[in-house]
Structure formats: structure tokens, C-alpha cells
Design a protein around this ligand. Structure first.
Ligand code: NAD
Ligand code: UFG
Length: 341
């Protein structure tokens, strides 16, 4: 089975490509490398001993997408390609809507033209907004997204529903990720943010490796156990395997049409201070940090009810927090500057 993976050179994409190859799928990666390094794909090939067809291209470029769909017989698409910096999306909303929403519509149009109907979409827990009570469940209505980035995910989920209503052959799975962290246990591939990391774990790891001085902990006056925000962190390899489960689920359920959403999380939330503590154990050193004001848009705490993915996809996150920390540290200490340029 041949799978087109957009954004496959990025953080979650590269780990998923590795899992797909290890499960004997053929993979074509389509990525414009705006937030990735081709070295991730080379390393995935080394780790698996298998080849990936790589095309440097933009999802906004319909001509190149059309060429790819004419050249390869594609059975399904896993769509990671997106811009993901929540803060930046508020200052550059049009860029985010162009890239994420318009780019996805382009991709779907080309898929329809080539009669490729199976689609797996990288959605996010952010679609639940602040209105729903935790833990989040798939039956809840989508919330009011707190950023253009979040709104782009809500819009795409809606577009997928409408497309499925209009075209009975179209089948989509929306995987709503909670907080992916960690790296492949080899330490050869991992998260390599450009510039100052927005997310907690890459920032902590860069402080540990001496690239940054001190971590700012955004807010210590939340109504949580220790006053810092709580999130449902899951290992990126568990998340990668979630995509393999979703592809297999589509394959097995040939009569399914429509759109189905699944939360991918552990079902447990842990705080920023607990993360720092766990990371200190993994790297055997103190992480300098200081408390800073709350970050705009952050919710105090959210986590997944991941029962549906367990029951229907047969998927469950199995790696624990110390493994997430150990693997992050292995990647960061082996690659202090990220992938070589
Ligand atoms: P990433 O930035 O590492 O990966 C995204 C990839 O898409 C990059 O390789 C980038 O070069 C590529 N890309 C971006 N725009 C493109 C375009 N127009 N055409 C072709 N390629 C393009 O990010 P990630 O963390 O691996 O996230 C993957 C997906 O998961 C994204 O859709 C993101 O919104 C979603 N997601 C991520 C998180 C998270 O915490 N990392 C949480 C929820 C959802
Ligand atoms: N944090 C810090 N210091 C930092 C970075 C983060 O204290 O330098 C805190 C944040 O305030 C938050 C927690 O660490 O409490 C986690 O922050 P992240 O930025 O790592 O993750 P978020 O939960 O804010 O965002 C993630 C994804 C988004 C997605 C969102 C909701 O990165 O893509 O979950 O699903 F939209």
C-alpha cells in the first residue's frame, strides 16, 4: 500500500514515516522543507533500511501535487503539512489560513481529481477550545479556537465533514493529538525547532544542553496541584503508531465512509514542574528556571479521554514519562545543534 505523507520530513511526520516503513507500507514524502531538514528522511532510511520517495513541494502548488498524483498510484494520504506556531499565527493569520486551510483544500481537490479517497488528518486538542470540560471526548462540540492556528484545524475538520457529505466515497480520520514529545529511541531523529522553541520540551532540552540559559515557566498561579499548567504529554513514537493503526483501521473497515475523530493522548495530565523534575532525572542535572507571567491563550489543564482510540483503533499509548524524557535527552545530547545543515 502506497501512502503519501505531506509534511513527512517534520517532527511527527518523520517518526510516522519510520513506523509506516517498519510496517511495510510504501511511503512518498511531500514537504516544502519550510520547517524541516531532509536529513530526517535520510536518517529514517538508515534506521529502517528502506527507501522513501521524497518530493520537495508545497501543498499550495497544485501543479506539483498533480504531477505527484499522476506519477504514483496513491492509496491514502496522511496530511501533516502545516505551520504550527500558535503565537505567530495571531500576528500572521493570513499566512496560516493560506498555508494550512487553502493548502489542505488544494490537496483535497487533487485527491478528488485522482479518486484517492482515504485521508488522515493531523488535528489537535486545540479544537475543543476552552468551553468543554476535561477530559476531552470526541462527542463534544468543537470549541471556539483561541488562535488562527487552532481555527485552521477547526475549519479543516468542518471542510472534511462537508466533503464526506457531498462525496460518499471520501473517508477521513481526524487524529486529535494532545502534547507529543520525545524522540525515536535511537536518538537519531527528534524535534528540531528553528529559532527559539515555542513548546515546553524542546526549550527544556535546549537549556539542559547549554543552548539557552533558563526556562521561563509561564504562570504558577493556576488552579492546578502545583499552580503550573497541566497537559497530556504523549511519546511521539506512540503517536506515530497511532497513524499506522488509523491506516489499518481504514483498510479493515472497507464499508466505512464519512469522518471519524480520535483523541490520541495518554489520558493523564502532568504539570510543567513535574516535567522539569522528570527531565532533571533523565539528564542528571538541574534545569535553571524562573516563573514568568501566564502566556496568552494557555488553558490551565487539559487531557484526553483516549478510550475511543483504544476500543476502535486498538491503539494505546504505552511509553511512560521517564521514557519520553530519556529519549528527548538522547536526541538532544547526541544532536545539540539539531540536524546538520
Ligand atoms: P513540523 O513543523 O515539524 O512538521 C510540519 C511539516 O510540514 C514540516 O516538515 C514543514 O516543512 C512542512 N510544511 C509546512 N507547510 C508546508 C506546505 N505548505 N507544503 C509542504 N510542506 C509543508 O510540525 P509537527 O510538530 O511535526 O506537526 C505536524 C502536524 O501535527 C501539523 O499539522 C501540526 O499542526 C499538528 N499538530 C502538532 C502538534 C505538536 O505539538 N507538535 C500538536 C497537535 C497537532
Ligand atoms: N511552557 C512554559 N515555558 C515554555 C513553553 C511552554 O512554561 O517555554 C508551558 C506552557 O505555558 C504550557 C505547557 O508548558 O502550560 C505546554 O506548552 P506547549 O507550548 O509545549 O504546549 P501547548 O499545550 O501550549 O500547545 C500544544 C501544541 C499546539 C496545540 C495545543 C493544544 O503545541 O499545537 O497543544 O492542543 F494547539
Amino acid at each position: 500500500m502506497k501512502i503519501l505523507v505531506t509534511g513527512g520530513a517534520g517532527y511527527i511526520g518523520s517518526h510516522t514515516v519510520l513506523s509506516l516503513l517498519n510496517n511495510d507500507f510504501d511511503v512518498i514524502v511531500y514537504d516544502n522543507l519550510s520547517n524541516a531538514n531532509i536529513e530526517s528522511i535520510r536518517r529514517v532510511e538508515n534506521l529502517t533500511g528502506k527507501k522513501v520517495s521524497f518530493i520537495k513541494g508545497d501543498i499550495q502548488d497544485k501543479a506539483t501535487l498533480t504531477k505527484v498524483f499522476s506519477e504514483f498510484v496513491i492509496d491514502a494520504v496522511i496530511h501533516f503539512a502545516a505551520l504550527k506556531a500558535v503565537g505567530e499565527s495571531s500576528t500572521l493569520p493570513l499566512k496560516y489560513y493560506q498555508n494550512n486551510v487553502h493548502g489542505t483544500l488544494n490537496l483535497l481537490e487533487v485527491m478528488m481529481a485522482f479518486r484517492v479517497y482515504d485521508f488522515i488528518f493531523s488535528s489537535s486538542a486545540t479544537v475543543y477550545g476552552g468551553e468543554n470540560v476535561v477530559p476531552y471526548e470526541e462527542t463534544m462540540p468543537l470549541g471556539e479556537a483561541s488562535s488562527p492556528y487552532g481555527a485552521s484545524k477547526v475549519m479543516i475538520e468542518r471542510a472534511l465533514k462537508d466533503l464526506a457529505q457531498a462525496n460518499s466515497e471520501f473517508r477521513a480520520v481526524c487524529l486529535r493529538y494532545f502534547n507529543p514529545i520525545g524522540a525515536h529511541e535511537s536518538g537519531d531523529i527528534g524535534e528540531d525547532p528553528k529559532g527559539i522553541p515555542n513548546n515546553l520540551l524542546p526549550y527544556v532540552a535546549q537549556v539542559a544542553v547549554g543552548k539557552r540559559e533558563s526556562l521561563q515557566v509561564f504562570g504558577n498561579d493556576y488552579s492546578t496541584q502545583d499552580g503550573t499548567c497541566e497537559r497530556d504529554y504523549l511519546h511521539v513514537m506512540d503517536l506515530a503508531e497511532g497513524h499506522v493503526s488509523a491506516v489499518n483501521w481504514l483498510k479493515k473497515n472497507s464499508s466505512f465512509t464519512g469522518v471519524e475523530a480520535f483523541n490520541l493522548g495518554t489520558g493523564r495530565a502532568i504539570s510543567v514542574l513535574e516535567i522539569i523534575n522528570a527531565f532533571e532525572q533523565a539528564c542528571q542535572q538541574k534545569i535553571p528556571y524562573h516563573f514568568a507571567p501566564r502566556r496568552y491563550g494557555d488553558l490551565p489543564a487539559f487531557w484526553a479521554n483516549a478510550e475511543k482510540a483504544n476500543k476502535q483503533l486498538g491503539w494505546k499509548a504505552t511509553r511512560n514519562i521517564s521514557q519520553m524524557m530519556a529519549d528527548t535527552w538522547r536526541w538532544q545530547s547526541n544532536n545539540p545543534q539539531g540536524y546538520p545543515n
